[in-house]
Design a protein around this ligand. Sequence first.
Ligand SMILES: Nc1ncnc2c1ncn2[C@@H]1O[C@H](COP(=O)(O)OP(=O)(O)OP(=O)(O)O)[C@@H](O)[C@H]1O
Length: 246
Amino acid sequence: MKNNVAIKVKNVGMRFNLSQDRVDNLKEYMIRFLKRDLHFNEFWALREINFEVKKGERLGVLGLNGSGKSTLLKIVSGVLKPTTGYVQTKGKLAPLLELGAGFSQEYTGRENIYLYGAVLGYSKEFLDEKFDEIVDFSELGEFIDVPIKNYSSGMKSRLGFSIATVVEPEILILDEVLSVGDKKFRRKSEKKIMDMFDKGVTVLFVSHSLEQVQRICDRAIILDGGHLVAKGPVDKVARIYKNMTE
Ligand SMILES: Nc1ncnc2c1ncn2[C@@H]1O[C@H](COP(=O)(O)OP(=O)(O)OP(=O)(O)O)[C@@H](O)[C@H]1O
């Protein structure tokens, strides 16, 4: 991969198996599985996706519902493994996707900082060092020692955001308008993201708001039914997208 490239997506395809059958319980599923009596439909959510994002560039991903945007972001983040092709990234990566979804419900916030931190590839020493900073930013206070299952969804996403952004990432992956927690926390998290923008972080950003993509990104791509149908400077791609959607 060239030195000035932060993300390289090469021939990426993603196939899902959609079950056609309604199976009501695990026992029935197992019986039908053993009898090879389950029918799957193959479905390609992404096909032959190729693009690069240079260091410091902010790439917007546009597309209608179901066009494959979230799937693409999950693949770039390493949450999903592509069926074909590969993704290369250079630098520390912070995926701000479905914040808090990766937590283990039975464990406390404190334990989840280590569990989720490990998923994101942080070492124990790093997490020891950053622990107080994460808890302070999340504003969870004493709740840090309460099992996650007793958190509100806002509390979970506040903790998820605080863990994911503690690295000073070089690549930021953002899905949709970030609406984390209440108004006060939202303002604080937006400021943290804006500070990262100022420092020249590379961004991959999905939004349905063309206006927001134009404000934040310098380049964009359009996905349509899992295919990449346009890429280039954001204003040019925005015009194409407007024509597609009007
Ligand atoms: N785990 C999965 N199993 C089966 N199909 C899936 C799975 N995840 C996504 N899909 C399918 O892949 C397609 C693309 O979904 P994806 O969520 O990436 O679209 P999207 O562009 O992000 O949509 P939206 O704008 O609605 O968020 C959809 O048809 C969806 O049903």
